[in-house]
Design a protein around this ligand. Sequence first.
Ligand code: SF4
Ligand code: MG
Length: 326
Amino acid sequence: MTTVFQTRKGTVEAVNDISFSITKGETVAIVGESGSGKSVSALSILKLLESNGKVSSGAILFNDLNLAELSNEEIRKIRGKDIAMVFQDPMSCLDPVYTIGDQIIETIKIHEDLSKKEYVERAIELLRLVGLPDPENRIHTYPHQLSGGQRQRVMIAIALACRPSLIIADEPTTALDVTVQAQIMELLKDLQSKFETSILLVTHDLGVVAEMADRVVVVYAGQVVEQSSVIELFENPQHPYTEALMRSIPRIETDRNQRLQTIKGNVPSLDDTPTGCRFHPRCQFATEKCRVEEPPIFQVADNRISKCWLVDPDSDIEISYPSATK
Ligand code: SF4
Ligand code: MG
């Protein structure tokens, strides 16, 4: 899938030929620094891009449908019902002038025709499911009367309202403090095992990845650079960018906001991506070849790929990361 934006500078590719899949009940994390195209990939799936953006090529297969070919009207029927989204900032998605009960009921109404009493019961049941205390009374409260963590629970209740088979969660815990983060992640995992929901998790936080994901898609400058099971990724990264991300995980929880700041340099601007390997200006292993020739995607093992010349089976260079030695 490739996603482009029309800008004053012309057409900019925000996502370049990204490809991944999710199976039932699985959690796949898309990880990368901000500006790497991970949110754009997620938003592309549901046609939630800004009006100047569109998927220009490729397919987005969901069950037997190619979402990329659907009209806005058709995709609207899938949104919420089959695929739901949870965003970083619940306040921007919740309407301040309606009670949370009304907002949950609105979502159920889009796809189901029930009696008024049944709607209320379903809303209460959903709030109970996501662990909001006293749901019978809480359905009458307004978003501002809840804490950040409670609002995220409400967002998850809304996401679950139609029993979607896929939830796309874009930085769902980033705005929350560490304890609440852990609770929300626990909640998502519980609900996932209960309903066999698949989760596409977009995050810059490898701590969250380690906690939640089965498989990981590492993106850099709009491209997938590594894909792996979570265990293998952490044990033995096969791309220097992945390795650099790992090295930047702070040891102390209170340093979380400092995350990813230790990789030298910046994510390149998408209208001016480097030649050859897009990571080469920041890569400690970059060679002349890296500067000139874009590496293809190499299959390094079953279900593992890396877009780096170092894993080229025809090359005799070996990866040895300095930081891996204790
Ligand atoms: Fe580094 Fe070269 Fe691999 Fe790119 S291809 S990540 S520059 S070693
Ligand atoms: Mg984002």
